[in-house]
Design a protein around this ligand. Structure first.
Ligand code: SAM
Length: 183
């Protein structure tokens, strides 16, 4: 059954623009998603990341949050058609209210400002060892572990808590050595 969202105060952190399927796969590959992972897509659109994580990467579970009622309903129907209800859960709710404590991988395709709004929640609530993969938009002030350019897109991989807990000087040095290794 559809659960209807409290429509009051949800602020859109990005318009609906689906990630291309090859980018979806690249994101999940970069996070090395496997059968022990619980993948959260915050702003899950039409559910393609959730479905790919479970069907092609054998993720244990996938959880999505989507504010738009039409997208939420379509995604729920798709999941039902694919008989994946036991492994994929979708909430028609504000992603800023998501319970992300179980997530081992969190995927994002928002905006720079959307990521900035989400950043305090990620640092407070995501578990140690969780990976955050962001399509095209970095998380300002965080250090990525990997950045990959792929067919005109950029994918950033962050590790919790290393992305924000390494002392500034160490972070600068590791950025410097990453740049030097690239040259
Ligand atoms: C750029 S799309 C990405 C869709 C999907 N993650 C993908 O990569 O294909 C961003 C999605 O986030 C949803 N969204 C934006 N702000 C939201 C919020 N505060 N709570 C829940 N969903 C939100 C939008 O409706 C849209 O479907």
């Amino acid at each position: 059954m559809f659960r209807v969202r409290d429509q009051t105060m949800t602020i859109s952190l990005a318009p609906f623009v689906p990630s291309q399927q090859d980018v979806v796969k690249k994101m999940l590959e970069l996070a090395q998603v496997n059968d022990r992972d619980i993948v959260f897509d915050l702003g899950c659109g039409d559910g393609r990341i959730l479905i790919t994580a479970v069907k092609e990467f054998n993720a244990k579970k996938a959880v999505g949050y989507e504010m738009r009622d039409d997208l939420y309903k379509n995604t729920t129907l798709k999941i039902h058609k694919e008989q994946l209800e036991t492994r994929i859960e979708v909430f028609n709710e504000d992603l800023l209210n998501a319970n992300i404590s179980d997530a081992t991988v969190i995927t994002l395709y928002l905006t720079t400002s959307g990521n900035s709004r989400l950043k305090p929640k990620l640092s407070m609530e995501a578990q140690k060892g969780a990976k955050v993969v962001s399509h095209d938009f970095d998380i300002v002030g965080w250090d990525y572990t990997k950045r990959e350019n792929f067919g005109g897109h950029t994918i950033y991989l962050y590790m919790i808590p290393n992305a924000f807990s390494t002392p500034r000087r160490k972070r600068r040095l590791s950025l410097f050595s990453r740049k030097r290794n690239r040259n």
